[in-house]
Design a binder for this molecule. Structure first.
Ligand code: UDX
Length: 438
C-alpha cells in the first residue's frame, strides 16, 4: 500500500516520518518548494523533539518528498490531506488550501485509473468532507464510493509530543459514508498500531465534530482551572495544584489539562473554539459556555498585566525579564502565544523588555521585531531587571536559583506556571494560583 500525505506541517510531517521510519512507502507533498528542499535534506522546518532523526531515517528507508500532487493521486492508495485550515478574521474557517488540493485531486483523477481513498486529517467544521467530495466529483466527473473513497480522520497530536502521539495515539476516529472504505482505513491503522488503540467509526460530519468538541473541552478545562487559580490566589496559603490534583483523581473529571497558567495558546485551541462558536452561531445556536471559555482565556493575560502593575507600583519605564516565548515548552511555535500577547500589552505601558527562550527567539523577532531585547542566557536576561515573569514552562526555568537572581535590580518573580514553588528564593515570589500573604 502506498500512502500519500498532502500538506507537510506538524501533522503531515510527523505522520510521514513515523510511517516512513517503519518502512511504509510514503509520498509526502507540499506546494512550498523551499520547504520541500529543506525536508529532502533531512531538516525539519520547525523544532519538534525527536522528529529530525526520525525524518532522516524515513528518508533513507521509504519516504519521498515532493511538490507533485498529481503523482500522489496517480500512485497512492490512501491519501491523507493535512493542509492548514486557519481562521479568517471573522472567526470562520479558511478552507482555501483544502479546496485547492481537492481541485487538483479531482482534475488528476479524470484521467487516472487509480481509485484512492482520500482521508481528511486537517481540522475542519462539520460538513466539510461533503463539500470536498463535491469538488472532487465535479472536477473528476467520477463518483465517491465507486471511483474514489472519502474519509474524515481527525488528528489529536500535540506539538512538542508529536512523534510520541503519532506512534501512540489515544484514539483513531474514522468517519465515512460507506463501510467498505471505513474498513479499509481501519485495516491500515490496525496493521500499523497492532495494539489496543480504541477506534471510533462514524459518519464524516460526526468525525469532524469530535475534533472540535475535543479541543473545546480541553480549552474549557484550562479556563476552568485558571478561574479557580485566580480565586485561590486571593485566599492566603491556597495552592491550585493541590486542588487540581485532588479533583483530577475523580475519574469523572480526570487529571490532565488542569495546569493553571496564563491561558491557552497555540495554533489549535484558540482557533478551534473560535471556529466552533462561529459555526454554531451560523446555525442559530448561542454557544454561551464556549464564549465564556474564550473570554476567561483572554482575561487571564489582562489580569496578569494588572497584577504586575500593582506589584511594581507602576509599569512605566520598568525593566522586565520575560522567560519563555513559545506557546508551550519543547516547541519554537509562537502562534497565539500568550507570552507574545503579554509582551504586546506591556509595551503599551512603555516597559523595557528582555526576553529569553531556548528555541523561539527567531519566531518572536518576526512578530515583535526590535521593540524588545533578546538573549539566550537566563543570567543576562535577569541582569538589572526589576521583575522576572515566567511564561512558558521550559524545564530549564525550574533550575533558577539565588545565584541567577543576584544581578536583578529588584528581586520580584512572577511565576505563571508555578515552577519554583518548592524553592527558597531570596525574592518576592508570586505565582498564579498560590494565595500569597503579601
Ligand atoms: C492541542 C490538542 O491538545 C491536540 O490534541 C490537538 O491535536 C492540537 O491542539 P497543542 O496546541 O499542541 O495541542 O498543545 P496543548 O498541549 O493542547 O496546549 C495548548 C495550550 O494550553 C498551551 O498554551 C498550554 O500551555 C496550555 N495548557 C495546556 C495549559 O495552560 N494548561 C494545561 O493543563 C494544558
Amino acid at each position: 500500500m502506498k500512502i500519500g500525505i498532502i500538506g507537510i506541517g506538524f501533522v503531515g510531517l510527523s505522520f510521514a516520518a513515523v510511517l516512513g521510519s517503519k518502512g511504509y512507502e510514503v509520498l509526502a507533498i507540499d506546494s512550498d518548494q523551499d520547504k520541500v528542499k529543506k525536508i529532502i535534506k533531512g531538516n525539519t522546518p520547525f523544532y519538534e523533539p525527536s522528529l529530525s532523526p526520525l525524518l532522516q531515517k524515513a528518508l533513507k528507508k521509504s519516504l519521498e518528498v515532493s511538490s507533485n500532487t498529481e503523482k500522489a493521486v496517480n500512485e497512492c492508495n490512501l491519501i491523507f490531506i493535512t493542509v492548514g485550515t486557519p481562521t479568517t478574521s471573522d472567526g470562520n474557517i479558511n478552507l482555501n488550501s483544502l479546496k485547492a488540493v481537492a481541485k487538483t485531486i479531482g482534475q488528476t483523477l479524470t484521467n487516472s485509473k487509480n481509485k484512492p481513498i482520500i482521508a481528511i486529517k486537517s481540522t475542519v467544521i462539520p460538513g466539510t468532507n461533503h463539500i470536498i467530495k463535491q469538488i472532487i466529483e465535479k472536477e473528476s466527473k467520477k463518483k465517491s464510493g465507486k471511483d474514489f473513497g472519502m474519509i474524515s480522520n481527525p488528528e489529536f497530536l500535540r506539538e512538542g509530543k508529536a512523534v510520541d502521539d503519532t506512534f501512540n495515539p489515544h484514539i483513531v476516529v474514522i468517519g465515512g459514508e460507506d463501510c467498505k472504505t471505513i474498513n479499509k482505513v481501519k485495516k491500515f491503522y490496525e496493521g500499523f498500531y497492532k495494539s489496543t488503540v480504541p477506534y471510533i467509526t462514524t459518519n464524516t460530519q460526526t468525525a469532524e465534530m469530535i475534533k472540535y468538541a475535543n479541543n473545546s473541552f480541553l480549552a474549557t478545562k484550562i479556563s476552568f482551572i485558571n478561574q479557580i487559580a485566580n480565586i485561590c490566589q486571593s485566599i492566603p496559603g491556597t495552592n491550585v495544584d493541590d486542588v487540581a490534583k485532588a479533583i483530577g483523581i475523580d475519574p469523572r473529571i480526570g487529571g490532565q489539562f488542569l495546569k493553571a497558567g496564563p491561558g491557552y495558546g497555540g495554533s489549535c485551541l484558540p482557533k478551534d473554539i473560535k471556529a466552533l462558536i462561529s459555526f454554531s452561531e451560523s446555525y442559530g445556536q448561542s454557544p454561551t459556555l464556549l464564549k465564556a471559555v474564550q473570554t476567561a482565556n483572554s482575561q487571564q493575560v489582562e489580569i496578569l498585566v494588572s497584577f504586575m502593575n500593582k506589584v511594581l507600583t507602576s509599569l512605566k519605564g520598568k525593566k522586565i525579564s520575560v522567560l519563555g516565548l513559545s506557546f508551550k515548552e519543547n516547541s519554537d511555535d509562537t502562534r497565539e502565544s500568550v507570552s507574545i500577547n503579554l509582551i504586546k500589552k506591556l509595551l503599551k505601558h512603555k516597559v523595557k523588555i528582555i526576553a529569553h527562550d531556548p528555541m523561539a527567539i527567531e519566531n518572536t523577532r518576526k512578530i515583535i521585531g526590535d521593540k524588545i531585547s533578546y538573549t539566550k542566557s537566563i543570567v543576562e536576561a535577569l541582569k538589572d531587571s526589576e521583575c522576572v515573569i515566567i511564561m512558558t514552562p521550559w524545564k530549564n526555568y525550574t533550575k533558577l536559583n539565588n545565584k541567577d537572581l543576584k544581578l536583578m535590580k529588584s528581586k520580584i518573580i512572577i511565576d505563571t506556571r508555578r515552577l519554583l514553588t518548592k524553592k527558597k528564593l531570596d525574592a518576592k515570589y508570586f505565582a498564579i494560583g498560590l494565595g500569597s500573604s503579601n
